[in-house]
Design a protein around this ligand. Structure first.
Ligand code: 13P
Length: 338
């Protein structure tokens, strides 16, 4: 393990004013996204769409890294260069999703654990050769009556820590992603308790597995009301409660927390990040690693048509710019109108 490489890469991932673009949708997920604009998910269409994202002029000013899916890691851009090489040439770190999705934990009410530890070492060697500098593994925790169970928290934390230790052994910075799902009618207090238990479990395992905290990035959901809750916490409450929860659970040695958007609208995800950075007083960089909140409007603008490509790229740049400003608490609603 090269500690210096891990630490400097992790810091670059959460560099000032920048965040990560999550474009690592698996084949079923990208098919769902493309079908929302009536585009069939063929290899060529997926390549065109990712090419549009990764060649968008100016995004390198606000995007530090991109998370890719296995297929994209091996594809070439329209110019003939491989996608990871194209990103690296723009000063953007290429990363790779390495988990293999979710499976139900036997004996639970459909709680999930993430697959992909078997053979992970071999796959990481391959990804490093292809140019990856960091990796991502997503664990999912849901809130409902009797959920999350201690078993679910324990085995997901264990898998995240095993993954993170193996990544660091291959000089890849692990993005440790425990997502507490937004689904449900719970209030923000319930989400805070679930998140606190999750993060306690995750960091206990990371330490037990000898993971270098300075050489990893945490990618959590924010602490919010459930999507179906009639009592939606406002932006300042989300910011305050999220920071309180993370101060209780995330060691100061972790360089950055890069939030996922998890089904929040693009504007709300930006406003929440902005409000947290305005509060300040935390030892970590507070950044973004958004999928939908960065891509949604770009996808809708594109509609699978070459004629819309340039405008779609401008839409991506705009969202990247807004989130870049939210990194320093200088985002405002006026930016949305400009
Ligand atoms: P969202 O921001 O759309 O939640 O996606 C982030 C991600 O990488 C999920 O694993």
């Amino acid at each position: 393990m090269n500690m210096q490489t891990l630490e400097s890469t992790a810091r670059a991932m959460v560099a000032e004013g920048k965040g990560i673009l999550a474009a690592d949708e698996s084949l079923p997920t990208i098919a769902k996204r493309l079908s929302s604009i009536n585009v069939e998910s063929t290899e060529e269409m997926r390549r065109s769409y990712r090419d549009l994202l990764f060649t968008a002029p100016g995004i390198e000013e606000h995007i530090s890294g991109v998370i890719l899916f296995d297929e994209t890691m091996r594809q070439q851009s329209l110019t003939g260069k491989s996608f990871p090489a194209l990103l690296a040439d723009r000063g953007i770190l290429p990363g790779i999703k390495v988990d293999l999705g979710l499976t139900t934990i036997p004996g639970t009410q459909d709680e999930k654990v993430t697959r992909g530890l078997d053979g992970l070492e071999t796959r990481l060697e391959d990804y490093r050769r292809l140019g990856a500098r960091f990796a991502k593994w997503r664990a999912v925790i849901s809130i409902a009556s009797h959920k999350p169970t201690p078993l679910c928290l324990r085995i997901n934390a264990h898998a995240l820590a095993r993954y993170a230790a193996i990544c660091q052994d291959h000089d890849l910075v692990p993005i440790v992603e425990p997502e507490v799902l937004i689904n449900g009618g719970h209030d923000i207090g319930r989400c805070e308790r679930a998140m606190e238990k999750t993060l306690h479990a995750v960091f206990a395992e990371l330490v037990r597995h000898g993971v270098l905290l300075e050489g990893m990035i945490l990618k959590p959901s924010m602490v919010t009301s459930g999507i179906d809750s009639p009592d939606q916490a406002d932006i300042d409450t989300v910011a305050r409660v999220t920071i309180r929860c993370f101060k209780r659970t995330v060691p100061a040695a972790v360089p950055g927390i890069a939030f996922l958007s998890g089904g929040q609208s693009s504007e709300l995800a930006t406003a929440h990040l902005n409000a947290m950075n305005r509060l300040g007083g935390v030892p970590w960089e507070l950044s973004f690693s958004y999928g939908r909140a960065l891509q949604e409007k770009t996808l809708v603008t594109w509609q699978g048509k070459d004629a819309n490509r340039e405008l779609a790229q401008k839409t991506l740049l705009h969202r990247a710019k807004c989130n870049g400003a939210a990194r320093s608490g200088t985002y405002s609603e006026e930016m949305e109108r400009s």
